[in-house]
Design a protein around this ligand. Structure first.
Ligand code: KE4
Length: 428
């Protein structure tokens, strides 16, 4: 593979954008080398600025679950753009996508649209604090809920990739209200509740973690959190920015049969345009301005163009009864192929998978939380990443991320990927 033009563009970008990127995880800091610049994408394939085709396992970190430049999504955006892109006034399409999302997701009566997953999670925490009149929240080490101050305490994703879990700029005052728990450790959460009686506004969690690699909840964990929250009048917030509309129509709530009090969304719900959202039952959502005291706002929230992309995406998903079965089968096929290839070359590894989320960890023991995820061998991961890239396979440039399977992937693409893994494993 050659990266002449990507590297030249990276030099230019770094002159005017910090690190040459608008989001740190894109900068390849965790794997080394220059990031690849994309010229265009279609279906399961990226075409980089050196004219090379790559099979894409990031899919914009989740949104492109049906593949890049999906025809109906593109035409919905084009049609809408010709009627004006933003008014700062209510439009009918916002009601349409709200009704559809509410019909797909269990236990929500109302939804508010924002512009990113960060904004959705930040607003959900403010709403929970306003509703309960309490200050403290519990988050889990390795979970990432966006870059709002309250969350940059042992966050996952890019924040942990840099090994600087607590970001400068987050004040002591803010940090003291964020209590840190261990994922999949119910006893630890119970201890935190006991140490902070009646002080905890919310527990926020990725119901299936995706920002320390993919880490599913162990049996009973989510149910246990639900009970702890009920017993303390604490709200349970499911951050489904990654899992929403990806693990099932109704996301992790449907798949795991556990009902959160507030659910946040991003990625898929925007169909590739900037959309986040948070939703809950009436009793909670009616606390939001303009009908309630909790303030939250946004110039481009509910933007008609983004709503057109999101509504088309959700409609496609809602109407395709076989989508999640196909995604599950393709991911299982890939899982088995990768496992066999790595085993054949005696590469110590463990693979975590749930639905269309999968991650490869070069670790001996099971990866069930941030600590065990951090035991993965990063040097091996770097070689794995670049080896696959050389074979035209683009996976997340960090061991703390998840691969996102898109329905546009064919079994031929999966076979090519498995063959590439075999070739790379031989060199590891
Ligand atoms: P955004 O603000 O990046 O739209 O969403 C933040 C967020 C919230 N919750 C979860 C579970 C998330 O995974 C994310 C964002 N995910 C990362 C990738 N793991 C976004 C990639 C990036 O930071 O560029």
């Amino acid at each position: 593979m050659i990266y002449k033009r990507s590297s030249a563009l990276f030099v230019e970008a770094q002159k005017v954008i910090p690190g040459g990127v608008n989001s740190p995880v894109r900068a390849f800091k965790a794997v080394g080398g220059d990031p690849i610049f994309v010229r265009k994408a279609k279906g399961a394939y990226l075409y980089d600025e050196d004219g090379q085709q790559l099979i894409d396992y990031i899919n914009s970190w989740g949104p492109m679950i049906l593949g890049h430049a999906h025809p109906s999504v593109v035409s919905a955006i084009v049609d809408k753009a010709q009627k004006g892109t933003s008014f700062g006034m209510p439009t009918e399409i916002e009601t349409d996508i709200a009704k559809l999302a509410i019909s797909m997701v269990p236990g929500i009566d109302k939804i508010r649209f924002v512009n990113s997953g960060t904004e959705a999670c930040m607003s959900a925490v403010r709403l929970a604090r306003g509703y309960t009149k309490r200050d403290k929240i519990i988050k889990f080490a390795g979970c990432y809920h966006g870059h709002s101050d309250s969350f940059l305490i042992q966050a996952g994703s890019g924040a942990v990739t840099f090994g600087a879990p607590n970001s400068p700029g987050v004040t002591e005052g803010t940090a003291k209200d964020t209590l840190l728990a261990t994922y999949n450790d119910l006893e630890n959460v119970k201890d935190i509740f006991e140490a902070n009686p009646n002080e905890i506004a919310a527990v926020i969690i990725e119901p299936v973690a995706g920002n320390m690699g993919c880490i599913p909840p162990i049996a009973g964990f989510l149910e246990g959190l639900r009970k702890l929250c009920d017993d303390s009048d604490t709200l349970l917030i499911f951050d489904e920015v990654m899992t929403g509309f990806r693990l099932a129509k109704g996301g992790a709530q449907e798949l795991k049969g556990v009902q959160a009090d507030i659910v946040t969304f991003g990625k898929v719900i925007g169909g590739g345009l900037p959309v986040g959202a948070f939703a809950a039952r009436d009793a909670i959502m009616n606390h939001l301005a303009p009908i309630g005291p909790v303030y939250q706002a946004g110039t481009l929230s509910g933007n008609p163009l983004a709503m057109a992309a999101g509504l088309t995406m959700l409609t496609e998903i809602n109407n395709d009864a076989q989508l999640f079965k196909r995604l599950e089968e393709k991911t299982a096929y890939l899982h088995e192929g990768i496992q066999n290839a790595l085993d054949k070359h005696s590469i110590v590894h463990t693979i975590n998978r749930l639905g269309s989320m999968i991650s490869v960890h070069f670790a001996k023991e099971a990866v069930v939380d941030f600590k065990t995820a951090a035991k993965g061998d990063n040097d091996t991961f770097k070689k794995f990443f670049h080896g696959l890239l050389e074979e035209g396979i683009y996976i997340a440039p960090s061991a703390y991320e998840t691969w996102f399977i898109t329905d546009a992937l064919t079994y031929d693409d999966l076979d090519k990927t498995i063959i590439a893994v075999d070739k790379v494993a031989k060199q590891l």
